[in-house]
Write a protein that binds this ligand. Structure first.
Ligand SMILES: [Zn+2]
Length: 253
């Protein structure tokens, strides 16, 4: 097979990251099929950094319309957009960042019954919605199909990212119950921090750093906590492995 190279514009555009990622890595980034669930407070900074870093094969799911309460953190939207489909505006904004990218907007609500069809063929899945049931359903789907992914959430002054990877502790190992706040509140930059972190973890995954899947990442009131994920006895996927936390060297049996 003919070796693929970056063109001269791409080499210049990505010149500050190529020493870290390599040309081969940049081509993997370009081709990797990514699915992003949600294009709101967390999804927008994530999508922006994915596209500006060179990911060019993205589908994202977003069924909502723009509301005034979105405008403090969902930076692709302005007052004039209220009432319009979010996905259409987000797609247009991302295409302006990289017109060569393939960015597909799916105007669709996801649930456990349609995940299989929606996410088939994805090499990496990023969950950013505010739907707690969906986070658990995505966790189960990723484990079943052995697809890597990251599940992220934010609220108040805090956020979490749980990486999912075959044979490693999962979202249900970390969270037993749905995290639901009847009066959702959030400081806008928290979504920016966590969305950017999900984009960083995606790049680290493509660079082959699979150690990132051993941990869960938490921001609590302005402080980061990175903790090793452990198998939980209460997790239906991993209860038999209770007491076998991910070892520090990452070599799972
Ligand atoms: Zn588990």
């Amino acid at each position: 097979m003919e070796k693929e190279n970056l063109n001269s514009f791409e080499s210049e555009k990505y010149s500050r990251q190529l020493p870290l990622i390599t040309e081969e890595g940049q081509i993997r980034i370009k081709k990797l099929k990514i699915s992003v669930l949600g294009a709101g407070g967390l999804g927008q900074p994530l999508l922006l950094y994915l596209v500006s870093s060179g990911f060019e094969n993205i589908q994202f799911f977003e069924p909502d319309t723009v509301e005034a309460s979105n405008l403090n953190r969902q930076f692709f939207f302005q007052k004039d957009h209220i009432g319009q489909r979010k996905g259409e505006i987000v797609r247009k904004s991302l295409m302006a960042v990289n017109p060569s990218a393939s960015i597909v907007w799916q105007n669709k609500s996801l649930h456990d019954q349609n995940l299989e069809e929606a996410l088939q063929g994805s090499a990496l899945v990023l969950e950013t919605t505010d739907n707690p049931e969906l986070k658990f359903a995505v966790n189960d789907f990723l484990l079943r199909r052995r697809i890597p992914g990251f599940i992220g959430g934010v609220g108040r002054e805090s956020g979490h990212i749980v990486p999912i990877y075959p044979d490693k502790a999962c979202y249900r190992c970390v969270f037993r119950e749905h995290l639901q706040n009847p009066f959702p509140s959030l400081l806008p930059p928290i979504a920016g921090i966590m969305g950017s972190m999900m984009a960083y973890l995606s790049i680290a995954f493509v660079m082959g750093n699979h150690r990132i899947f051993d941990n869960a990442y938490f921001l609590q009131n302005g402080r980061w906590f990175v903790s090793a994920k452990e198998f939980s006895e209460l997790c239906p996927h991993h209860s038999g492995r209770s007491g076998s936390p991910s070892p520090p060297d990452g070599n799972l049996q």
